[in-house]
Design a protein around this ligand. Structure first.
Ligand code: PRX
Length: 660
């Protein structure tokens, strides 16, 4: 395995693995079966993307493809106009597909809804009328804090239909995190539900919204005028008169008549917050025409989608970018039929996903390595009880997939023959950037393999020069791409500093990578202070700030330690204030874990908290997180010559080893 260390050095040892060419049968029917697409796209990348963009429906065709006159602020198809929601809905109705199932939705308790394109279009039009009546127009921001229910998709599309901008906040985030996102985007409406079903219980959401809106905020007046509440669980919730409205009551006043207007290609479509290397999450801004072009094209090519016959299932939550691009916009723009599931894979037992694949005849399944590894642990006897013969392609996203998990996935879920597409991309890239094309690529377990046509990828050294094959380096993208982040909401300077400062004209992704002698890309993990836990990005700095905000904590250091199941796990080392030393370590540990979960969200809860008397520091006072990571992973501590003294790290090592 290879990994990127905290300080940017990259360890990579060549792995010789077996390869799997596409079967003749698969290659023959593949959407992309002519490899000349790569060089044609490289020769004229604007012409390539323009042709993909023309597959969409434009109310006003574009004449200019790319304006890169003011880098790094790209404008794609900017004089064109389109309606993103109409591309996902009305266009299919006009093509006679109203009766095609768009979503086979399954609630965790087992309740189901089958929603055709006709019904989805009708509901989105009603929701758009409801939002219009509540004052939402082009450019307004709407926060969405919902479980995995159809109203999440309906809300996103209704907002898009009006030319407004959504900011979906994952339901696992705390009141604090929700409020800071609401404030940053100045959202006028929050769409939520009483709760959703998770692990057999109701996981409440509305009380968190109430708590968020009652917080002090950033000093500006609260932007939120209304909270729309979907009644998912029938639980008792407090409704504040005038501010809070039941979705079902409000929408009942509206019919399904609504004509979609075209909006400029660069009209903001959504803001999605992601962790950066500093405490404050970044509001990644995506716009309309370019984003929709690339998610639609990659969904078609990488997943080899046949909308007439395939049943697609992406297990991500709509609160993450994967859900935006490959549950909502890509699949719906392509007229796909898909499965959407509310709950967790282990409820009522670990057979749930496989049972759903059998029930709906899922043909394309897209999930994360962390989930695959969890299923491996449970054992193949569980999926083997189900008929998974409908599966014809498997996908992976969120972190590198280790070859062992890759082989298990292919053998146990893919009957030893389904191609696996390992897709590398980011919230910022908006759409898949590196992945095999299943009809062309000789698959190599553990490698994300090749840049998609029209993507100009580079692996460089610290000076920005391309490194030789086999050498570790930093992943950059040289030419602008249609679904690229346009800016950080409200902070152009941070956008420049974060992604463009280092190499000037190349986008720096924050990942280490190496290209092997066949030209395949291997991702080596983050080279910055960002962790990847179960495929979700978490900032070490953000968790450290949360810990030191606790009244008992004097100092804190957080590292992402390798974890067999979740990829990385949050491990914290805290020094307590002197008067707090009387607290037992167990009590302190529990209190601090809860504090992090309350401040950021349950996803950030540390796996371990070690209460230590001192942190290892350099002579200039910098915490040596690299050494802490090695200790947390049970490894030998490497070079300690820059430490002021070695006592602290030795003591921490003893402490960690005795609790291991
Ligand atoms: O480090 C890379 C890792 O996840 C980061 C992006 O996280 P996020 O914006 O939350 O988006 C996740 C879903 C697209 C990347 O910088 N990552 C994502 N996919 C892969 C990956 N690392 C290796 N292989 C992948 N397939």
């Amino acid at each position: 395995m290879s990994s990127a260390a905290h300080d940017g050095t990259i360890e990579s040892h060549s792995l010789e693995v077996e390869t799997y060419p596409p079967s003749a049968e698969f290659a023959e029917q593949a959407n992309v079966h002519d490899s000349s697409v790569y060089w044609r796209a490289a020769e004229d990348h604007e012409a390539y993307w323009a042709s993909r963009a023309r597959d969409l429906q434009w109310t006003k065709p574009f004449t200019e493809v790319l304006d890169w006159s003011n880098p790094p602020f790209a404008k794609w198809f900017q004089d064109g106009e389109l309606n993103v929601a109409a591309n996902c809905l009305d266009r299919h109705i006009a093509a006679g597909l109203a009766d095609r199932v768009a979503i086979h939705w399954e609630g965790e308790p087992g309740d189901t809804r089958t929603i055709t394109y006709g019904e989805l279009t009708h509901e989105v039009k009603r929701a758009a009328n409801m939002l219009t009546a509540l004052g939402i127009t082009q450019g307004d921001r709407v926060a969405i804090y919902l479980p995995m229910i159809p109203e999440a998709v309906i809300s996103m599309l209704a907002v898009a239909r009006l030319g407004a901008t959504h900011s979906v906040v994952f339901g696992g985030f705390s009141a604090d995190s929700l409020r800071s996102r609401i404030d940053d985007a100045e959202a006028k409406i929050v769409i939520t539900a009483d709760g959703g079903y998770r692990k057999g219980r109701v996981s409440q959401l509305k009380p968190t919204v109430d708590e968020a809106l009652a917080l002090e905020g950033n000093g500006s007046p609260l932007s939120v005028e209304h909270v729309l509440v979907v009644d998912r669980c029938g639980s008792e919730v407090a409704m504040q008169p005038r501010r809070d409205l039941w979705w079902h009551e409000e929408i009942s006043a509206f019919d399904g008549e609504h004509t979609a207007k075209g909006f400029p290609a660069e009209n903001p479509l959504f803001i999605l917050y992601t962790s950066g290397t500093t405490g404050k999450p970044k509001g990644i801004l995506h716009t309309s025409g370019g984003y929709l072009t690339q998610v639609t094209a990659t969904h078609n090519d990488v997943f080899d989608l046949k909308p007439e016959t395939d049943v697609f299932w992406c297990t991500a939550d709509v609160g993450w970018v994967t859900g935006h691009s490959y549950i909502v916009y890509g699949p719906l723009a392509n007229g796909a039929t898909q499965v959407m599931y509310e709950g967790t894979p282990d409820t009522p037992d670990w057979g749930r996903w496989w049972q759903l694949i059998e029930k709906y005849g899922v043909t394309i399944f897209y999930t994360a390595p962390t989930a695959i590894r969890a299923c491996m642990k449970v054992g193949r006897q569980v999926p083997e009880q189900y008929d998974l013969s409908s599966i014809r392609l498997l996908g992976s996203v969120g972190e590198p997939i280790n070859p062992e998990a890759w082989r298990w996935y292919r053998e146990v879920i893919g009957a030893g023959k389904a191609p696996i597409v390992d897709t590398w991309w980011q919230t910022e890239t908006g759409a898949i950037m590196v992945a095999p094309l299943p009809g062309l690529t000789r698959l190599k377990p553990g490698s994300a393999q090749v840049a998609q046509p029209g993507i100009d990828l580079n692996v460089v050294d610290e000076a920005g020069n391309r490194v030789d094959p086999g050498q570790g380096g930093l992943l950059t993208i040289r030419k602008p791409w249609p679904a690229m982040v346009r800016t950080i909401w409200g902070d152009d300077q941070r956008f420049i500093d974060t992604y463009w400062e280092k190499f000037g004209d190349q986008y720096f992704a924050g990942d280490g990578a190496r290209v092997d002698k066949d030209g395949d890309v291997w991702l080596l993990g983050r080279v910055d202070d960002v962790m990847n836990v179960s495929g979700h990005r978490l900032s070490t700095t953000e968790i450290e700030s949360a810990l030191v905000e606790h009244h008992a904590v004097a100092e804190a250091a957080v590292v992402g330690a390798d974890d067999e199941t979740t990829g990385q796990a949050v491990v914290s080392f805290c020094v307590m204030k002197s008067q707090q030393e009387l607290l037992s370590a167990d009590d302190a540990e529990a209190a601090l874990k809860k504090h992090v979960a309350d401040t950021i969200g349950a996803i950030a809860r540390p796996r371990n908290i070690y209460i230590v008397s001192e942190l290892p520091k350099t002579r200039s006072g910098k915490i040596m997180r690299r050494l802490l990571k090695q200790v947390a992973e049970g490894k030998e501590v490497g070079d300690t010559t820059t430490l002021a003294d070695t006592v602290a790290i030795t003591m921490i090592q003893q402490q960690v080893n005795t609790t291991r």
